[in-house]
Design a protein around this ligand. Structure first.
Ligand code: PMP
Length: 436
């Protein structure tokens, strides 16, 4: 992924231990990895919304959606340990866990989406969606947004323009601008998005390519977080279907209750996708992911064998079930809605005080704050955004940035984030903005 908040060697003075760790990473992991922040963070323990360094220093996590129900949640850890002590195999043997979990997970979806196939990563889930879409439609063309990230397998990297100039998009891939209501406020957002999708479909046809699918992250996370007006995806979804293609929702970012009002991001838009990929928050840190599909799409595909060695194993299924139980038991969706609204309001108050805040947008506990040098020209405040992200990090509050100009603060804490946590974040942000 082209990184907006990456460590650059030599920019900041590091302590002896961190210097050694950075050097070892380079020597052992090679050149492709990136660290966050001018001064990387070295974490040794996590609990709830807090991360701790080796000296016991506490960092407020306002960024990580993988530990969705909180770092090292005891109910999830207990479920993992319990099942790991008994058995871990794979889906070639009969076992209740995978079925109990599939039933529970599918019950959160509209009834048309009735099968789930398990993978270990979001990339694999999208890769599977790609294969099924091609097999069902007979098409090969894919439409994604201009700064989308959908994963790192060969075919999905070709659908991930956010990887930047060194990864070539496929000839069968077309990009469309994300539905950005801030920078295109003149147009009706859904109609403008649909118009761009229509043009992409026409362009595919003009090149003799039959469309297979429109694939979008339903919260447009790497594009810059676009959420409103709810419903803006519906017209484009209809269009791609009219052209013989499928509508695939990538829920790796907004899924599992984060948007507050619904379990899944697509539900805000009143659409029922043909396939839904999911990952990151699914296992609270345990590597699990999956693809939910309409059964008719996989009838022919199912003639070939699908096996994912680790996907859907009894331990992962126990972990996934525990995550759903915590979301329900701790009413985390309602918390995302309430605390998300509280945070949103607090950020709007900060916008009254700090003219650099051009826009505050989001749903539940997924918020984007766009920083601009001038509210009229909306010139992106790219360097200032870097300073804010790093200024917060120095005060032990962790967020990151996104968008084509890297000027959008990405605020996406674990779901048990409280109003007290929000207050701490807002007061720290206020301090940092004063000095930016
Ligand atoms: N889709 C989206 C929207 C993502 O953000 C990511 C990960 N950043 C992926 C897919 C890929 O997931 P994974 O890293 O688990 O392969």
């Amino acid at each position: 992924m082209s990184m907006t908040n990456a460590y650059e060697p030599g920019r900041a003075e590091l302590g002896a231990i961190d210097r050694t760790l950075v050097a070892r990473r380079e020597r052992l992991l090679g050149p492709a990895y990136r660290l966050f922040y001018e001064r990387p963070v070295h974490i040794v323990r996590g609990e709830g919304v807090w991360l701790y360094d080796a000296e016991g220093g506490a960092y407020l996590d306002v960024y990580n959606n993988v530990p969705s129900v909180g770092h090292c949640h005891p109910h999830v850890v207990e479920a993992l340990c319990r099942q790991a002590r008994i058995l871990n195999t794979h889906t070639r043997y009969l076992h209740e866990n995978v079925l109990d979990y599939a039933e529970k997970l599918l019950s959160t979806f509209p009834s048309e989406l009735a099968h789930i196939m398990f993978t270990c990563t979001g990339s694999e889930a999208n890769d599977l969606a790609y294969r099924i879409a091609r097999s069902f439609t007979g098409g090969t063309g894919f439409i994604v947004t201009q700064l989308a990230y959908h994963g790192g397998t060969h075919v999905i990297a070709e659908l991930s323009p956010s990887l930047g100039e060194y990864v070539k998009l496929g000839d069968h891939v077309r990009t469309v601008p994300a539905p950005d209501a801030y920078r295109n406020s003149g147009d009706e957002v859904g109609a403008a998005f649909a118009k761009n999708v229509r043009q992409a479909i026409e362009d595919l046809h003009n090149h003799g390519i039959k469309p297979a699918a429109l694939l979008v992250d339903t919260i447009f996370s790497s594009d810059g977080v676009f959420t409103d007006p709810a419903g803006f995806l519906a017209e484009a979804a209809e269009l791609i279907r009219g052209a013989g293609g499928l509508f695939i929702a990538d829920e790796v970012q907004p899924g599992f209750g984060r948007t507050g009002g619904h379990m899944w991001g697509f539900q805000r838009h009143g659409v029922v996708p043909d396939m839904v990929s999911m990952g990151k928050p699914m296992g609270d840190g345990h590597p699990m992911a999956g693809l939910v599909v309409r059964p008719e799409l996989v009838q022919a595909f199912g003639k070939s064998r699908y096996f994912n060695t680790f996907g859907g194993n009894p331990v992962s299924a126990a972990v996934g079930m525990a995550v759903l139980e915590v979301i329900e038991g701790e009413k985390l969706m309602a918390n995302a809605r309430e605390v998300g609204a509280y945070l949103h309001e607090g950020l709007r108050r900060l916008a009254d005080k700090h003219p650099i805040i051009g826009d505050v947008r989001g749903a539940g506990l997924f918020i984007g704050v766009e920083l601009v040098r001038d509210r009229v020209t909306r010139e992106p405040a790219t360097d200032e955004t870097t300073r804010v992200v790093n200024g917060l990090r120095e005060k032990r509050v962790l967020i990151s940035s996104a968008g084509p100009s890297a000027n959008i603060l990405k605020i996406r804490p674990p779901l048990p984030f409280s109003k007290d946590n929000a207050d701490l974040f807002l007061s720290t942000m206020d301090e940092v903005l004063v000095t930016t």
